[in-house]
Design a protein around this ligand. Structure first.
Ligand code: SF4
Length: 99
């Protein structure tokens, strides 16, 4: 397996994306393609503060924005259905998944 490219965005010691213009963590937008979601719950286990599986058996973001970069990137990269995307809220850059 080829090594993953280095993450293009800086992160603080807590794994949060750091804004290029200040010390506060940058905001992330986490989306779930519910048509792809198979309801495995892996994402909710990886990022329980940001993702949950609803009564419909599909994953849902808990919030409109997140700053938990490490957790949501891991969730996006673990999803076997490639149903999760993490974008930088300001720039729109796709941060995960990256294969
Ligand atoms: S890991 Fe992917 S397939 Fe599994 S519940 Fe989360 S979004 Fe759905």
């Amino acid at each position: 397996m080829a090594p993953r490219p280095a993450h293009p965005q800086p992160a603080d010691p807590a794994g949060r994306l750091v804004s290029a213009t200040g010390p506060e963590p940058a905001e992330l937008v986490v989306t779930v393609d519910r048509a792809r979601c198979a309801g495995t719950g892996l994402c909710a286990a990886s990022a329980p503060a940001d993702l949950q599986v609803g009564p419909d058996g599909k994953a849902h973001p808990r919030h409109e924005r997140s700053t938990a970069l490490a957790a949501v990137v891991e969730a996006a990269e673990l999803c076997p259905m490639e149903a999760i995307a993490v974008h930088h809220a300001t720039t729109g850059e796709l941060l995960a998944p990256q294969w």
